[in-house]
Design a protein around this ligand. Structure first.
Ligand SMILES: Cc1cc2nc3c(=O)[nH]c(=O)nc-3n(C[C@H](O)[C@H](O)[C@H](O)COP(=O)(O)OP(=O)(O)OC[C@H]3O[C@@H](n4cnc5c(N)ncnc54)[C@H](O)[C@@H]3O)c2cc1C
Ligand SMILES: Cc1ncc(C[n+]2csc(CCOP(=O)(O)OP(=O)(O)O)c2C)c(N)n1
Ligand SMILES: [Mg+2]
Length: 374
């Protein structure tokens, strides 16, 4: 309890605090405590990829994901904070970027169950070794016993500054002309599922657009391979989720490369009538690798172009599943509606803009403020 009191004392003194929450909050079932504490402290929250769903995306205090493909406001908030409260997050290099310039003026509190995680990559000022939910609950008691006086006035300048960052560089794309934007597909999946699907992803750009544009609000609704980033994860994960929750809508947001890693698992889905919906963002590339070649190697595309891809509609049918295709923006919504209404496994093949990139992007090894925005 001593460390938690020290942490709370630091929080009461901070002018620009930020919660940086990760997969540990979900593992500990501590999302409700995090939300209550963020509200009690008027403290904005960002999460890692693995923490998405640990804090409700529609909340006023939500900053979006941080890191290499995080939002402008989340990365700017971390760069400018005077107190970073890390909860069940492990300071991965996709989050910190250049270590010397990560949260340079911040005191750091770190709650983690694994002592070897503490001060592993970034020096921590107030370590709290233990379960997130347990620690957050104890901190919440302190807030309830001794609330911050005049909280709204104290936080206003910080929250106003964050609001300006949000307005200046929101997550954005333009769905014009005849080519489908992959972000538009993910937004439509979000809208038409009313945000209630269990989403799995493959790895690459599809995974990042899922993280940015499917606005997760509940823990355990995003299943994704973060650390190892194993292409081929999404379909088997979707099948497992559907078996566990037969009445839920389960969607695998996939890439045309990754989906081919474990496509044979469609047999399992068809055989057991597990009605997973696979949405392939078909850019005809190993897109995330191509993005790096495009931006940092002068479009010297090498081994990233998928010219000889199978016809995914025919492939689905060959397995006894349903195959649907959209090649124009106006076809996106009807196809998603049809897929969601079909009580069988479905592959939706969305032929999207081939050279679309994921933005923001922090180049590998750069500081988190050095974001490429378009
Ligand atoms: C193409 C690609 C791009 C990516 N880009 C980004 C990006 O832009 N932003 C991003 O955030 N990630 C990104 N990632 C993911 C990144 O590589 C890491 O997987 C992720 O940042 C790690 O999340 P985390 O820190 O929440 O840790 P996790 O791997 O979820 O680890 C959880 C932490 O919580 C602790 N913990 C576990 N259980 C408990 C408990 N009960 N109580 C307390 N502590 C607990 C663990 O010890 C550990 O320290 C990307 C991955 C890929 C493949
Ligand atoms: C098994 C495996 N091999 C290679 C990689 C490296 N890698 C990361 S993303 C990616 C491209 C994925 O292409 P695709 O599934 O089409 O997704 P996109 O980025 O185009 O959305 C590759 C090759 C990996 N993460 N996993
Ligand atoms: Mg692709």
């Amino acid at each position: 309890m001593g460390q938690i009191k020290r942490a709370y004392s630091a929080i009461t003194k901070a002018k620009k605090p930020v919660f940086y929450a990760g997969g540990g909050v979900i593992a500990s079932s501590g999302a409700k405590e995090l939300e209550a504490l963020a509200e009690g402290l008027g403290c904005p929250v960002t999460t890692t990829l693995m923490g998405l769903g640990a804090f409700p995306a529609p909340h006023d205090l939500w900053l979006g994901m941080l890191g290499m493909h995080g939002t402008f406001r989340a990365n700017m908030a971390v760069a400018n904070t005077d107190l970073l409260i890390a909860v069940g997050a492990r300071f991965d290099d996709r989050v910190t970027g250049k270590l010397d310039e990560f949260a340079p003026s911040a005191k750091i509190i770190h709650i983690d169950i694994d002592p070897t995680s503490i001060s592993k990559n970034v020096k921590v000022d107030i370590p709290i070794v233990g379960d997130c939910k347990d620690a957050l609950k104890k901190m919440l008691h302190l807030v309830q016993e001794n609330p911050i006086v005049d909280l709204e006035t104290i936080r206003k300048p910080w929250l106003d500054r964050i609001q300006k960052w949000k307005e200046t560089y929101p997550l954005a794309y333009e769905q014009k002309d005849d080519l489908i934007k992959p972000q538009y597909v993910v937004e439509k999946l979000y809208e038409l599922s009313e945000g209630k699907a269990i989403v799995t992803t493959e790895v690459g750009q599809n995974q990042m657009w899922a993280a940015q544009y499917y606005h997760f609000s509940e823990p355990r609704t995003l299943l994704t391979s973060g650390g190892l980033g194993t292409m081929g994860y999404g379909l088997p994960a979707a099948i497992g989720a559907q078996a566990a929750f037969p009445d839920r809508l389960v969607v695998d947001i996939a890439g045309d490369g990754s989906i081919q890693m474990c496509i044979q698992e469609l047999i399992t889905a068809v055989e057991n009538n597990l009605q997973v919906k696979v949405a392939i963002l078909n850019n005809q590339y190993l897109g995330m690798v191509r993005q790096w070649q495009q931006l940092f190697y002068d479009k010297n595309y090498c081994a990233t172009c998928i010219k000889a891809a199978p016809d995914f509609v025919k492939l689905a049918e060959a397995y006894g599943a349903v195959g649907l295709r959209a090649t124009k923006p106006q076809e996106v919504e009807p196809i998603i509606r049809e897929a969601f209404a079909t009580p069988r496994p479905v592959i939706m093949d969305f032929v999207v803009n081939p050279e679309e990139c994921v933005y923001p992007m922090v180049p590998a090894g750069a500081a988190m403020t050095e974001m490429l925005l378009v």
